[in-house]
Design a protein around this ligand. Sequence first.
Ligand SMILES: *[C@@H]1O[C@H](CO)[C@@H](O)[C@H](O)[C@H]1NC(C)=O
Length: 449
Amino acid sequence: MARLAVSVVLAILVVAPIILEGVAGSIVTCSGIVPARYRNDKVSITDFGAVGDGRTVNTKAFREAVYQIQHLRRRGGTLLYVPPGVYLTGSFSLTSHMTLYLARGAVIKATQDTWNWPLIAPLPSYGRGRERPGRRYMSLIQGHGLQDVVITGENGTIDGQGEVWWNMWRQGTLRYTRPHLVEFMNSRSIMISNVAFKNSPFWNIHPVYCSNVVIRYVTILAPYDSPNTDGIDPDSSSNVCIEDSHISVGDDLISVKSGWDEYGIHYGRPSSGITIRRITGSSPFSGISVGSEMSGGVENVLIENINLRNMGIGIHIKTNIGRGGFIRDITVSNVYMENVRKGIRIMGNVGDHPDHRYNRNALPYVKGIRIKDVWGVKVQEAGLIQGLKNSPFTGICLSNIYLHGVLGQSRAAWTCSDVSGAALEVSPWVCSELASTYQSSTCSNSFRV
Ligand SMILES: *[C@@H]1O[C@H](CO)[C@@H](O)[C@H](O)[C@H]1NC(C)=O
């Protein structure tokens, strides 16, 4: 791995700017992953009879608008304008070559008639709904098999009115898995920017089996106690860039996934080339996480400039027996965290299973996790790194990490098992499993600052 990194650096130095853009482009900036689009052709949702009075149900208007855009196929695509107002709607699909544009003061608001919500097939990499067996509810806004789609505007709002769904979850009356606010599946060239997401019934934004996805300048809000309202979950997707956003929700802010157990292993589609940076937020669960669904593999993830407050766990890498797959080449740097229960947690045995058919011998393979330049205050417990006995985590490298305990309490400490790697300048001092192998470690290379 280290040797490969060195030769890539050399190649870049030698072969100059064209390569530099191509190779480093996805690392240095989101720009270029999805080309900027100007749509000459524009229509307004009000042309289709929509009324933004907060009472009229506009599902038909949204479906007709998208149908027209799909069938008229204007050159360069079409922008669908949503003017200021509150547009109540049931779920609808998007089409290729379109921009959904929310004006300042425009709100797309989900209806609460959950009994009327359409059901769709479960994802093959999950084999069932994520939280209930069988089918799952369609997302409020979905795109399947699309390309060149933009959701943007002047910070208008997509509001899921999730309360009714959260209550069904709390009361145990949910029959199927709750809907996301936005899901793109098998799609490419997707851009989501300058939009606020509120009160999602379930995960907020879910790109699955996608490539070339940019999400930036978004605000995602849900109450601290709202169940499973993950912010953004890139799932079996490649070339995804998430930046400059604020997320404050009831579950993980961002979680990189790739299906679970026998379904994810069989589908075999990894998440790779994921960049996550300049994110602020808070939640009782994890800041930035990988897994625990990772059976298709997760690799080449860069996480940097993350600012977390009032968190359960700052950085969380989680997997499980039966998952198979791999987590490798994950780099985390420049993280500030304040008032968190656990700073860093890397765990081999968490999470649940889709069913009892999972293979107990399908062990995940975790190698090459570099975490550096982390500063934490009011951290109750510095870290926990627990590999699997029959699949120890290797190449876990920590450097320049300061996690301060809560004043007046005992100092935050680390707990480790079945892990090897290296540590440099970590306070409180990390467990001996990491420290002792420093000299010979393969990850000394990652300590170049
Ligand atoms: C966008 O809207 C969200 C939610 O209403 C708000 O918190 C945020 O500050 C707004 N951002 C901008 C740039 O106006």
